[in-house]
Design a protein around this ligand. Sequence first.
Ligand code: NAD
Length: 363
Amino acid sequence: MSVNPRRQFLARTAAAAAAALIPIEVFGQAPGRKLGVALCGLGSLSTNQIVPALFKTRNCRLAGIVTGTPSKAAEWKQKYGLSDKSIYDYKTMGRMADNKDIDIVYVVTPNALHMEHTLAAAAAGKHVFCEKPLEISVDRCQRMLDAVKKAGRMLGVGYRLQFEPNHLECIRLAREKVLGDVKIIDANFGFAIGDPAQWRLNRALAGGGSLMDVGIYCLQTTRMITGENPVWINASEVKTDKEKFKEVDETILWQSKFPSGVVSNSICTYSANGLAGFRAATTRGWFSLDPAYFYNGNRGKRSDGPEINLPVGDQFATELDDFADCIINKRPSKVPGEMGLADVKFLMAIYESIKKGRPVSLA
Ligand code: NAD
């Protein structure tokens, strides 16, 4: 068998090029400086979702941790090869000012601690990416925005679904009126919450119950699909376990109206599984995602036939890469602190409607 030297050369070159690409594909590394991220709060989300995602990003790397638990500090130090100077507790966060290796602090603590940790990070000169909800009151959100602005840094909110391809496809269907005008949105999310001692059921730490935790996704859906803000909200609450939910809401139902005439209907709950989707009814049909709010497997349908089932990468890696890119290229984030503040304002309007027993106008 004759061997073609040119073909051999091309094969070798291709193999060498592929080998050179392997680290990029496998470890998600790209040329140029990656921004250092310090994770503040090493609970379930940080451990199971965010830290694995960090190792898939192109623009970020794990550069530090903030934890109040010495055993976690030791475990993470060993597991991720962290140096002592990159490990902080909640009281020593201010020392990050001396650590040039940390660019971004990702705040992943209970809702009512987001302000304290954001203020500390901003005072140390760091950009802040904060989990949802931004905080538990509009005033506290505003203080976060002010502090980060004063520090000349960026504040982003962990709204991972703002980057999720299936959600983006639904926004396209709405904007391009592919199935006519959206008229009605039905969006629901809930789960049966376990341990009665957890912070999510403690008002001082959570600010509220299912609404603050999962109802916010339904609110985000309505704002994403309409591209508008609600101008009228009517809400009510149902409590079947007065002991477990003595401090926070268990189930909330609400309706809202939007300037274009779209109306929405939502339920969020801490007492049942199986609600995690939305459906938009349009003048010529409908489109839906169910599930819509999971880390993986979100998919949907359209009344005219095609499935909505686009490939989704790691949602946390995507949102982190985007935030880092905003910092590197000095462009605004599509999930800024202002968006987080606006959502908290609408969540407060839902609580206000429940309290007053009547609709609340936001126009
Ligand atoms: P978690 O309870 O698993 O972790 C919270 C962390 O905060 C723990 O490490 C805990 O030790 C620490 N902490 C510090 N001070 C504390 C205090 N006084 N009381 C209790 N814990 C304290 O919670 P989580 O599920 O990781 O949620 C953290 C944040 O992330 C919340 O704001 C939540 O809404 C948000 N979250 C977002 C998503 C998402 O999909 N974007 C998913 C889950 C949680």
